[in-house]
Design a protein around this ligand. Structure first.
Ligand SMILES: Cc1cc2nc3c(=O)[nH]c(=O)nc-3n(C[C@H](O)[C@H](O)[C@H](O)COP(=O)(O)O)c2cc1C
Length: 252
């Protein structure tokens, strides 16, 4: 897996830029009024140790790990692939109020292409606001500072039956949302291949594939795909093409 080394300063500036509302390229929509001002993301608010590396948005054409996807086991629905994702509706960065989360849109595309079963991670107690993006970012940051492990409402049936787990999430403060850690730490990934994907507002993968590798005991963590949240929401045809090309490149 190839990852570009980026200086910490760049990552910090990128995050400041994101929260100031300038985000990544191609974000044509005006940021919602409640996007935090730049000064709210000062040194005190900066997440601990933003990763120094990020995954390329364009995956390598070939990946020898894909040989691991040849499997014997099958779930009750007949597939050995599972999409697990977390995603929020309501007011989100640079897309206004949305009815389907950015990551949920990409998750559906992955499932359509691969025939995977789908499991949405939903919090047991949902304290995440849907009407105030800034309040949502505050909660996400607090969870990160606390090292929180928010409880999950329901569990995947027969997780052991799946050989490939596509893991989808929004980037929150340069990391995975803490509830993803709840999921990763409470499931046995032995013998599985994990394929990460995320949506974001400019941070790309933000080094999250390496974070996943550090937590799960999977056989392999393949090259991740990072999609701008605004593209997932507003440019679905081109995102579907990107998703399909990425999956094909990984052998799916
Ligand atoms: C709590 C929070 C923190 C965020 N932090 C970042 C960040 O560090 N970098 C980034 O590029 N985008 C960040 N975003 C923007 C989201 O990653 C982006 O809007 C994503 O597409 C949302 O996906 P969803 O609709 O599936 O939840 C953050 C959003 C929230 C709510």
């Amino acid at each position: 897996m190839k990852r570009k080394k980026l200086p910490r300063l760049f990552m910090t500036l990128a995050l400041l830029c994101l929260l100031a509302g300038c985000g990544g390229g191609g974000t044509e929509n005006a940021a919602p009024e409640s996007v935090p001002e730049a000064e709210s993301a000062d040194a005190d608010n900066e997440p601990e140790a933003a990763p120094l590396e990020t995954d390329s948005e364009t995956p390598d054409a070939a990946n020898e790990d894909t040989a691991d996807t040849e499997t014997q086991s099958k779930s009750q629905t007949g597939t050995d692939k599972l999409v697990v994702y977390f995603s929020r509706v309501g007011e989100q960065y640079s897309v206004g109020v949305i009815e389907k989360g950015n990551t949920a849109i990409v998750a559906e595309m992955v499932a359509e292409r691969t025939g995977a079963d789908v499991f949405e991670i939903t919090p047991a107690v949902d304290n995440y606001p849907t009407d105030n993006y800034r309040a949502l970012t505050d909660i996400g940051l607090q969870e990160q500072k606390d090292g929180a492990r928010p409880a999950i409402a329901t569990d995947v049936e027969n997780f052991a039956d799946y050989d490939t787990v596509f893991l989808g999430y929004p980037i929150w403060w340069g990391d995975l949302p803490m509830i993803l850690y709840t999921f990763m730490e409470s499931h046995d990934f032995s013998g599985k291949t994990v394929v990460p994907f995320c949506t974001h507002g400019g941070s790309q993968m933000a080094g999250t594939a390496a974070k996943i590798e550090g937590v799960v005991t999977a056989d392999a963590v393949l090259n991740g795909l990072a999609i701008e949240g605004t593209d997932a929401q507003n440019n679905r045809d081109s995102v579907r093409e990107t998703v399909n090309d990425w999956l094909a490149g990984l052998g799916y």
